[in-house]
Design a protein around this ligand. Structure first.
Ligand SMILES: [Zn+2]
Length: 584
C-alpha cells in the first residue's frame, strides 16, 4: 500500500528532466564570455499565443499520414517546432471537455472539476452538460437554436442553451494572461463545439462556436450583450452555403492513400444521407442535417478557420506589445473518427485536409502578425480507439460494451438480500460514473462505503469491465499504486464524480449513447485514448523532437512561465524546459 498524489508524480517527473540545453549554454558561456552577454537579452514575448487543439488527434496520426502532406502544415511543425512525441494524459476519462479543460488549466479533472462531458448534479437531481448555465442564453442571429438538430450526444443532453465557464473550478492560462495585463490582453476561442471554445477562452475571454441549426458562429449572454458588428457581418455572409449541393471528395487519387482501396470498411457508421463511401454529399443547405454533415467532414474545420481569420482581423490580434491569445479547436477529426474510425479513407483524407487548413492558418498568421511574433502550440483533447472490426482484423480482441444489455437482475437481487434495498440504491448511470442514492442509503442506516464497494464488486463481474472503483476507496489514500488507480484518482473530484468509476478493458468501449451509434469511442485510460501530440512552434522555437514522457497539462504552466504570469490556480503540470530555453 503506497500513498501517492500529484506531488509525488511531479517530483518523479522532475527528476527525469534532463537540462541538456542548459549544459550546452553553460559550456558555451564558459568558453566564450561574450556570447553570454548576447544570450542574456531575453527575446521579446510573442505578440500572439495561438493554441490549437485538434479534437481526437491521436499522437501517431500526423506521422502516419505525413508522407502525403506538403510543406506548411504538420511538416512546418515537424521541421521547425519542438515536437513532444511521448505526451499522454494521466486522467481516466478521456473525453472532450475533460481534455480541453486540462489543456487550458494545466490541471487534472480532480482539480479543475470537469470530470466528464455529462455528470449527475446532486443539487438539481438532474444530469448536467459540462458548460451549461441556465443564467445565460444564446445570442441568436438567424433564429433560435433548434435543439432537435443537435447530433452531438452530450451537447444534446443540455437542458438549456446557456453556456459559460462557471463550472471550471480553477483559472486557465488565458485567465492568468488577462489578470497579468489587467484585462488588456485580447482573449478569444473558436470551435465547432461549444465546449471546445468555452474552456480555452477561460473566465474572461470570448468564446464562439458553430450552431448546427443556424450555420452561424454563436456565443451567449455570458460573453456579450449583443454581437460585435463583425460577428453579425460574418454570419450574414452565409459561408456554409458555399457547400450546398457539393460533396466531400478525395483530395488525391485513391491509389496514393494508405486506405485507398478500403472505402466503406465494415464498422463505419452509415449516416443517413451522408453515406459510408466517397463522395459524401452535403445535400442542399435547406436540409435539416446539412450543417451536421459539414461538421462530419473537413468543411467544419474550414469554416472554423474562416471565422478565426475574422477574429484576427476584426479584433486586431497580435498588433501591439500586449500579448493576445487565440485558441482554435478543430472538431472535424473527432466526428470523422467517431463515424469512420481513425484508420479509414475518410480519416486519412480528413488528415490531409486538416493539414491544408493548418497550412492556410499559419500562412495567414505569418502574413498578418508574423510567425516570428507568434507562439504556436498544438495538442489534442484526447486520442481515440480503432473500430473493433479494425482491431479484430489484426488479431486483437475488441468489442463494444452495451450496458443496456447487461443482465443486472442477479446483482440487484444480491444487493437486495444484503442491504434490504436493490434497484433503489442506484440513482443514475452515465458513463463512466454510477451515482448511488445517498439519501436512500442514509435513511436506511446503511454504510455508504460498504454499499459502494458491494456495487463496485458486482460491476467487476461484467465482461469488459477492467476496473469499477468506489469513491470511498479513491479517497482512502490506501490504494495500491497501479496505473488504473492513478488514472481514476486524477479524475476524481469529490463533488462531481460518481460513487463508482467504471473503466473498460483495453479495446472495449461503449458505442451507443442516447440513440446515437458511433463506430469508435474514446473515453478510456489506455494509450490509444491518452496519447496526443504536444508541439510548440513559431516565435524563437528551433526544431527538436523530444522523446521523454511529458503531459498535455505541462502546456499551460509552460505558457505561464514564458509570459511570467502566475500559474493557473490548479495547475500541476511541469513547465517544459526545451520550450522555455527558446525564451532565455
Ligand atoms: Zn469525441
Amino acid at each position: 500500500m503506497v500513498e501517492f498524489g500529484n506531488d509525488s508524480r511531479a517530483l518523479e517527473r522532475e527528476r527525469k528532466q534532463i537540462p541538456i540545453q542548459f549544459m550546452a549554454v553553460l559550456a558555451v558561456t564558459l568558453l566564450f564570455p561574450a556570447v553570454h552577454a548576447f544570450a542574456a537579452a531575453n527575446p521579446p514575448p510573442p505578440k500572439l499565443i495561438l493554441q490549437i487543439t485538434v479534437d481526437q488527434l491521436r499522437g501517431d496520426l500526423p506521422d502516419k499520414y505525413m508522407k502525403n502532406m506538403p510543406d506548411g502544415g504538420f511538416r512546418y511543425l515537424k521541421d521547425q517546432g519542438i515536437w513532444y512525441a511521448n505526451a499522454r494524459y494521466g486522467h481516466a476519462n478521456t473525453e472532450t471537455v475533460v481534455g480541453h479543460t486540462s489543456l487550458a488549466t494545466g490541471a487534472d479533472p480532480a482539480q479543475h472539476g470537469m470530470v466528464s462531458n455529462v455528470w449527475f448534479d446532486r443539487e438539481t437531481g438532474k444530469l448536467a452538460y459540462n458548460i451549461e448555465d441556465p443564467r445565460y442564453h444564446v445570442l441568436t442571429e438567424g433564429g433560435d437554436v433548434d435543439k432537435s438538430t443537435e447530433i452531438d450526444a452530450s451537447q444534446a443532453l443540455a437542458s438549456t442553451d446557456g453556456r459559460s465557464p462557471a463550472n471550471i473550478l480553477v483559472s486557465t492560462f488565458s485567465d492568468e494572461l488577462s489578470l497579468s495585463s489587467n484585462g488588456k490582453a485580447k482573449i478569444f476561442a473558436v470551435s465547432v463545439k461549444d465546449r471546445g471554445a468555452v474552456t480555452l477562452a477561460g473566465h474572461n475571454g470570448k468564446a464562439f462556436w458553430f450552431s448546427k441549426s443556424t450555420g452561424e458562429f454563436i456565443s451567449t449572454s455570458y460573453y456579450y450583450d449583443k454581437y460585435p458588428a463583425w460577428v453579425s457581418a460574418w454570419n450574414r455572409q452565409g459561408k456554409p452555403e458555399v457547400y450546398s449541393n457539393k460533396s466531400w471528395e478525395l483530395l488525391h487519387k485513391p491509389s496514393s492513400y494508405l486506405y485507398g482501396d478500403e472505402d466503406g470498411n465494415s464498422g463505419e457508421v452509415d449516416v443517413a444521407g451522408f453515406g459510408r463511401t466517397f463522395p459524401h454529399a452535403y445535400g442542399d443547405s435547406s436540409n435539416k442535417q446539412f450543417n451536421n454533415y459539414l461538421t462530419f467532414s473537413p468543411a467544419g474545420d474550414e469554416l472554423t478557420l474562416d471565422f478565426a481569420k475574422a477574429v484576427i482581423d476584426a479584433e486586431k490580434l497580435g498588433q501591439d506589445d500586449i500579448t493576445d491569445f487565440l485558441a482554435i479547436s478543430f472538431s472535424s477529426t473527432d466526428y470523422v473518427g467517431h463515424i469512420f474510425g481513425p484508420s479509414s479513407l475518410e480519416a486519412e483524407d480528413n488528415m490531409l485536409r486538416l493539414d491544408r487548413t493548418l497550412a492556410d492558418l499559419f500562412a495567414y498568421v505569418d502574413k498578418n502578425i508574423g510567425l516570428a511574433n507568434t507562439l504556436i502550440v498544438l495538442s489534442a483533447d484526447h486520442g481515440g480507439p480503432e473500430t473493433p472490426q479494425h482491431w479484430q482484423k489484426f488479431g486483437i480482441e475488441s468489442n463494444f460494451v452495451s450496458p443496456a444489455d447487461w443482465d443486472k437482475a442477479p446483482s440487484i437481487a444480491k444487493l437486495k438480500k444484503r442491504f434490504g434495498i436493490g434497484q433503489a440504491l442506484i440513482k443514475s448511470f452515465f458513463p463512466p460514473y454510477l451515482y448511488l442514492d445517498r439519501k436512500v442509503i442514509k435513511d436506511s442506516g446503511l454504510d455508504l462505503a460498504e454499499v459502494e464497494n458491494a456495487v463496485a464488486d458486482e460491476l467487476m463481474s461484467i465482461k469488459g469491465v477492467a476496473l469499477a472503483i468506489s469513491s470511498s476507496n479513491l479517497s482512502s489514500n490506501q490504494l495500491p499504486d497501479t496505473f488504473l488507480n492513478r488514472a481514476a484518482l486524477r479524475n476524481y473530484n469529490r463533488k462531481r464524480s460518481g460513487n463508482i468509476l467504471i473503466l473498460f478493458q483495453p479495446h472495449y468501449f461503449i458505442n451507443h449513447f442516447n440513440g446515437e451509434v458511433v463506430a469508435a469511442n474514446h473515453g478510456g485510460p489506455w494509450n490509444y485514448d491518452t496519447y496526443v501530440p504536444v508541439i510548440f512552434a513559431g516565435s524563437t522555437i528551433k526544431q527538436q523532437r523530444i522523446d521523454r514522457p511529458v503531459e498535455p497539462i505541462d502546456i499551460a504552466p509552460t505558457l505561464a512561465e514564458i509570459m511570467k504570469t502566475d500559474k493557473p490556480s490548479g495547475a500541476t503540470g511541469i513547465p517544459l524546459q526545451e520550450v522555455m530555453q527558446a525564451f532565455k
